[in-house]
Design a protein around this ligand. Structure first.
Ligand SMILES: [Zn+2]
Length: 152
């Protein structure tokens, strides 16, 4: 199971794993990210409310690592939810990753998905339509401009 933080909904993070999140994340989201949260909840995402004792345990761990000041209430409760569910925490937040490590939680960065997608971009010449894997100033064959092309 994976516990998703707000940025996972904003960046359209995809996973085939079972997912969970907390009510506070829903409150932080707007527009499309908000609807994505509801859609995922409708599709079976587990909404978890961590116990006060676990929240306190996370706060103590954050104090030990020096991250308590920078963690929001939402961050702390996401960590607590991941701890209680024995789930992987999905976040790019450095302070959360730090505290997760202290709690022996598994962490999955969101950015990795984005990077993979970025690599799939190809560049196409507007003159001769040849495609290239990397962006060049001009087409080396005919000298026309290149445009970015989505492989899909
Ligand atoms: Zn060309």
């Amino acid at each position: 199971m994976q516990v998703l933080d707000s940025s996972a909904f904003i960046t359209e993070y995809h996973t085939n794993d079972q997912t969970a999140s907390i009510p506070l994340v829903r409150e932080e989201l707007e527009d499309e990210a908000f609807y994505r949260f509801d859609a995922m909840e409708g599709a079976g995402m587990h909404i978890h409310i961590p116990a006060d004792g676990t929240v306190e345990k996370v706060r103590r761990a954050a104090s030990e690592t020096g991250d308590r000041e920078v963690l929001s209430d939402t961050d702390v409760r996401l960590l607590a939810a991941a701890f209680e569910l024995d789930a992987t925490l999905v976040t790019d937040d450095y302070a959360m990753q730090n505290v997760a490590e202290r709690l022996d939680l598994r962490v999955e960065p969101i950015a990795r998905d984005g990077i993979t997608e970025e690599r799939e971009w190809r560049f196409q010449c507007v003159g001769c339509n040849r495609t290239f894997d990397e962006n060049k100033e001009r087409c080396p064959i005919c000298g026309s401009d290149l445009t970015r092309k989505n492989p899909a």
